[in-house]
Design a protein around this ligand. Structure first.
Ligand code: NAP
Length: 262
């Protein structure tokens, strides 16, 4: 399976490159970077000892190297146009970059179906995080009062995290819609109660030393329930990425969320 990696120099892209090189049924045909230069190529050779071409233009990469799947871990500002270019070219897109708007996912989904191309956008590729979201969805039916605290490294560009939004979306389907907290509640410092999604509050913590962590805290009369997942290392995402590269070959549409292919 011919695979290309977009954003290969980044923290996640770097791990994906190593994963693709490790998997026996995958071949790394090219990588994409927005400013490829001699230094980038040397960096790549340094960690994999291979002569893999570095492209700046995604369209050139696809035309010349003909990947079957492009994995993208870049930035929220470019991931949508990357996904569109990949799917429009009839290539499978596996997108880990977060920050997609619901209407962008809908648009890409329609494009994938039209092109009959399997693709996946997953805010979290860690199987443990996916299980946490599923458990949260189940618990929200019985514990409608819930708050999400997501914690990430301080270089993260989007807030709240894609995982937190996806968790809230899943819980919103399962729980009755309620507004939480006191009716007369007032923030003496703006933002103190966090972001609001259908009555649920989401709090984003950004600190050096963290990777990706989330707590979903439920409260009810006389009891509480806390679900927590920790990604201590970016390796935690890689089995999910490898699964997505393989599994999207069996789909003719876009799948949103790793849980839908597990
Ligand atoms: P990062 O270390 O900042 O890496 C992003 C990389 O993308 C950088 O190397 C950057 O290059 C490159 N890039 C930016 N614009 C580009 C473009 N137009 N073309 C090609 N490459 C481009 O970030 P990260 O920690 O790896 O995270 C990347 C994304 O994945 C974020 O959105 C993050 O939230 C998400 N993420 C998802 C999961 C998941 O499981 N789905 C897990 C962790 C992180 P420069 O350095 O030259 O700017």
């Amino acid at each position: 399976m011919k695979v290309a990696v977009s954003g290969f120099k980044g923290k996640m892209g770097h791990e994906v490159v190593k994963t693709v090189l490790r998997e026996k049924d995958m071949e790394l045909v090219a990588v994409l970077d927005k400013k490829p230069d001699e230094k980038n190529i040397n960096e790549l050779v340094e960690f994999n000892q291979l002569d893999v071409p570095v492209y700046r233009e995604l369209t050139d990469l696809i035309k010349e190297k003909k990947p079957e799947c492009v994995v993208d871990f870049t930035e929220p500002s470019v991931a949508y146009s990357h996904a569109k270019t990949i799917i429009e070219a009839g290539v499978r897109a596996v997108i880990g970059t977060t920050g997609f708007k619901p209407e962008q996912i809908e648009e890409l989904s329609a494009l994938s179906s039209q092109k009959k191309i399997g693709s996946l956008i997953a805010p979290n590729f860690a199987v443990g995080a996916v299980l946490m979201m599923q458990f949260a969805e189940k618990a929200a039916k019985y514990f409608p009062n819930v708050e999400i605290i997501e914690l990430h490294h301080d270089n993260k560009l989007d807030a709240p995290s894609g995982t937190a939004i996806k968790t809230a979306e899943m819980m919103a389907k399962a729980r009755e819609a309620i507004n939480q907290g006191a009716k007369e509640e007032q923030e003496t410092i703006q933002g103190a109660r966090g972001a609001e999604y259908e009555g649920m509050r989401i709090h984003s913590v950004r600190l050096p030393g963290l990777v990706a962590h989330q707590e979903v805290i439920f409260g009810a009369e006389g009891q509480g329930l806390t679900l927590r997942h920790d990604s201590y290392d970016r390796l935690s995402f890689m089995s999910g990425v490898a699964l997505a590269i393989r599994e999207t070959a069996n789909y003719e549409t876009l799948v949103y969320g790793l849980e839908n292919i597990l």
